[in-house]
Design a protein around this ligand. Structure first.
Ligand code: ZN
Length: 168
């Protein structure tokens, strides 16, 4: 079932989400979230983007270079990040019509609980590192447009206001 995606201006997108806890709290939502993500041509989707106050998100298989399937990251933590950063043009299902270059670390070391309840630690690079950081921001109430220059933000402020007005 397709879920309505919350749009910029919705208070839950500014919320620091609560711990998800066990995979049982998360697994029932995954089929609908994956369907919703692909329907919108997304590569990641966080719980609050579909109205859930739980710290988890999904990342689509296209973000991984090693043939890894669509993956869920429960109660994720970023343990460390590379000094080396890069710019990449990001978009967001919750901020339709806006794409902006965002500078982020190229590599992150992360910890999370997997769907089997195992705690995992790994190093992510490339697009996976990029999407993980974007989704991790979401569960802390942060948008990619919070991470662009104040000049760029001023330039898109009209579009952002329009999104808030359309959906409030
Ligand atoms: Zn997003």
């Amino acid at each position: 079932m397709l879920l309505p995606v919350r749009i910029y201006g919705d208070p839950i997108l500014r919320k620091k989400l609560a711990a998800a806890g066990s995979p049982e709290e998360v697994l029932p939502h995954l089929p609908d979230m994956i369907e919703t993500m692909y329907d919108d041509d997304g590569i990641g989707l966080s719980a609050n983007q579909v109205g859930l106050n739980k710290r988890f998100f999904i990342i689509g298989e296209a973000a991984f270079e090693n043939g890894r399937p669509d993956s869920v990251f429960i109660d994720p933590v970023i343990l460390g990040a590379s000094d080396e950063t890069g710019d990449y043009e990001e978009g967001c299902l919750s901020v339709p019509g806006i794409r902006e270059d965002v500078e982020r670390p190229l590599t992150v070391t992360v910890r999370y609980t997997d769907p089997q309840g195992e705690k995992r630690e790994e190093i992510l690079t490339g697009l996976a590192a990029r999407v993980f950081q974007h989704e991790f921001d979401h569960i802390n109430g942060i948008f990619f447009v919070d991470r662009i220059s104040s000049l760029r933000r001023t330039l898109i402020s009209g579009k952002l206001k329009k999104l808030i007005n359309q959906h409030s």
